[in-house]
Design a protein around this ligand. Structure first.
Ligand code: DQA
Length: 143
């Protein structure tokens, strides 16, 4: 069972900077993740929050709730949240970090991820496809 987490401002997909993030909504993304999960033979639960603490609690509780891996787009928390980093490193499940946009091609502050080093891997710049690739990596056991 895979947990797909989206962080701050990702509820605004489709409305927010469509030139950067595309015109599809969070609901579209979550439906796609569920479809991909069905194709890969793994149940998927999708959640989004604008609140750092809520994301931390979902990560802390993920193993106890029966998840086997986490896909996370932490939004801007990627670039500065040591609390999120510690939540990821403080639990045993493999975590794959995803960014819809190519963060390395954008502003300097987006080049730094404080969370990627405690994740199994990071996918950036491939749009929604990145979530599918992250799920595949978790299912293959390479996550
Ligand atoms: C993002 C990139 C972040 O820099 C930004 O703050 C986001 C979205 C992405 O998916 O490309 O909110 O994580």
């Amino acid at each position: 069972m895979i947990l797909v987490l989206n962080g701050p401002n990702l509820n605004r997909l489709g409305l927010r900077e469509p030139g950067v993030y595309g015109s599809q909504t969070l609901e579209d993304l979550e439906r796609l993740c569920e479809t991909w999960g069905a194709e890969l033979g793994v149940p998927v639960t999708c959640r989004q929050s604008n609140y750092e603490g809520q994301l931390l609690e979902w990560i802390q509780d993920a193993e106890a709730h029966g998840f086997s891996g986490i896909v996370i787009n932490p939004g801007a928390l990627t670039h500065y949240s040591y609390a999120l980093r510690d939540a990821i490193s403080g639990q045993p499940l493999p975590v794959v970090e995803v960014h819809i946009s190519n963060v390395d091609a954008r502003e300097e502050f987006r080049h730094r991820s404080v969370t990627a080093a405690v994740c199994k891997g990071k996918i950036s710049g491939l749009g929604f496809l990145g979530y599918r690739l992250a799920m595949e990596a978790l299912v293959e056991g390479n996550g």
